[in-house]
Design a protein around this ligand. Sequence first.
Ligand code: GTP
Ligand code: MG
Length: 388
Amino acid sequence: MKFVDEAEVRVEAGDGGNGTIGFRREKYVPKGGPDGGDGGDGGSVYLEADENLNTLIDYRFERFHRAERGQNGQGSDCTGRGGEDLSMKVPVGTRATDIETGEVLGDLTRHGQKLKVAQGGFHGLGNARFKSSTNRAPRQKTNGTPGEIRNLKLELMLLADVGLLGMPNAGKSTFIRSVSAAKPKVADYPFTTLVPNLGVVRQDAQRSFVIADIPGLIEGAADGAGLGIRFLKHLERCRVLLHMVDLLPTDLSDPAHNAKAIIQELEKYSPKLADKPRWLVFNKADLLLEDEVEEVAERVISELNWEGPVYKISAFQKMHTDSLCRDVMDFIETLPAPEEQDIEEEEVAFKWDSYHKSTLAQESELSDDLDDDDWDEDDYDVDVEYRK
Ligand SMILES: Nc1nc2c(ncn2[C@@H]2O[C@H](COP(=O)(O)OP(=O)(O)OP(=O)(O)O)[C@@H](O)[C@H]2O)c(=O)[nH]1
Ligand SMILES: [Mg+2]
């Protein structure tokens, strides 16, 4: 099955219910006054992060999602029922973007986190609301406002602490197999990995980190060569990148050249990603004599002008992999905790926010302007007494 990490959906919040015009008509209660109730608010649409999901594939097949409309108001001051909200479950790590505006509405990074993506319409006001000292029998009401409609792009960003970067065949999947319980396919041909894999590396009962294995990059990836660079977005939130360099590529290509190509593609894709902490990891050290490993590594380091951390491992034979993981764990722990973005239940800009205020303000200006002569014959000199 194809791994789906992107989906486009249309979300429609419910419209607000309309207000209604009504007057109390009851035996022995002459001129009972206005009693048209307000409508109910329309339901909003939310995304909710669920750690039990790991793909957006369902949203490929079900594109339309609608929350309930608010009911209209009724007589006897009955307010219409509010529409039910709609909650759409998405995997942790999903980002929602408005396709029309390009605005990122938010990232769902924690289980249970909710993000409002379409605001339900506001309820309309019943005529009882428009009663004032100058207008005892108002015939105004307002309609509910339409619910928001958005076309959303959902993208699943894998949340990994560590990202593996490198040419095809460098041994990225072999590495994640040896240090975690993840078992991605490993084979001696390029582009074995077609979809990103995540593995959890456990140091001890309390300490662990998540590592992401993504498909290999090749020269020209930024221009679409190979599988392109679209998978690099999975590394955007990693804290450290491990750049895996094959010490002895089977195609006899030059490790230094390969390493440079990867760095260039990375810089082309995103300078921000290229600025992330990055460690150089030479792999397949078991294929060479120790001196040869040193020699190749030194040459690559000097050609890259590399000054960062360097490791020489054999993913296959688990040589020095434990110490690498220990260092990664320690490094992650020294970093400040990732900023807790307080985006829970974040309100998205809602154009109707001032709707009620402005209609009521307008109406009260209007009724202030009314002369006594304009009074409806239903009007009273005394306040209407409401009795049931
Ligand atoms: N001798 C030796 N072979 C290794 C080592 N690591 C990986 N290999 C071999 O190299 C080949 C490629 O390994 P993968 O782990 O599939 O490489 P990859 O980087 O995930 O490749 P793509 O998924 O195609 O990008 C396989 O035949 C592995 O068995 C190692 O440390 N030593
Ligand atoms: Mg692989």
